[in-house]
Write a protein that binds this ligand. Structure first.
Ligand code: KIV
Length: 257
């Protein structure tokens, strides 16, 4: 079973590969395929629940899906995202909510979006034995502050990353950052950086599984679609509908005598 230490120790040795998972079946497939870590991301809201953005995702929804994913995972490290306003509130409440995510889902770590302002919260979580993954660059929970989903080019991100690394996070997501800046951050911190739209020079990569599989409508510059599952599924379902309507399903060997 991979741990936060496994991931931390991979920096500079081998590339770390992560994907999102929101349910038992997909978590099991990804785990069996050999993924290093699975993130029950709050992208859950947009990918599985049909919300416009991630802001309405609740702690209860994260727990519900985290528990389902947990049942499918044997080897990979399981990380659960902290949804909007389950942290960045009073530190005691943030630690309590992080604790609920770990205790009730069986995940091994939480992820939080933010920079230096989160250092006291992260230290308090780590003091409560809760490992934390950081997330800087494009932070979907902050879209109303930053004005939308844009590439983040501020050199100040290097200091934010160092502050988080010094606070004790075990790894750091870099989302939508130019590759040169992502490289500088990766060199500046002692923990592994995991890129999503941050180029190839990070210590690892993560994508939203449903984007990679072509299940989502959106087309993202940084996401390679390995399958067009939406099309494949629609074709299969249309064949099933046709078979039933024409009397071609079920056949005798698909029936009990
Ligand atoms: O919620 C999520 O899926 C994420 C990844 C995109 C890193 O935060």
């Amino acid at each position: 079973m991979k741990t936060t230490e496994t991931i931390r120790n991979m920096k500079g040795k081998e590339k770390i590969v992560g994907l999102t998972a929101y349910d038992y079946q997909m978590a099991q497939i990804l785990d069996r395929a050999g993924i290093d870590f699975l993130l029950v991301g709050d992208s859950l809201g947009m990918v599985c629940l049909g919300y416009e953005n991630t802001l309405s995702v609740t702690l209860e929804e994260m727990i519900h899906h985290g528990k389902a994913a947990r049942r499918g995972v044997k080897e990979a490290l399981l990380i659960i995202d902290m949804p909007f306003l389950s942290y960045k509130v009073r530190i005691e409440d943030s630690v309590y909510n992080a604790g609920r995510l770990i205790k009730e889902t069986g995940g091994s770590a939480v992820k939080v979006e933010g920079g230096k302002e989160l250092v006291p919260t992260i230290k308090a979580m780590i003091s409560a034995d809760i490992p934390v993954m950081g997330h800087i660059g494009l932070m979907p929970q902050a879209i109303h502050k930053t004005g939308g989903y844009k590439v983040q080019r501020q050199e100040g991100l290097i200091d934010e990353a160092k502050a988080l690394s010094d606070a004790g996070i075990f790894s750091l997501i870099l989302e939508c950052i130019p590759m040169g800046l992502a490289e500088k951050i990766t060199k500046a911190v002692s923990v592994p950086t995991i890129g999503i739209g941050a180029g190839s020079l990070c210590d690892g990569q993560i994508l939203v599984t449903n984007d990679l599989l072509g299940l989502t409508e959106r087309r993202l510059k940084f996401c390679r679609r390995y399958l067009d599952l939406q099309k494949e599924i629609a074709c299969a379902i249309q064949r099933f509908i046709e078979d039933v309507r024409k009397g071609g399903f079920p056949e005798e060997d698909e029936s009990f005598s």
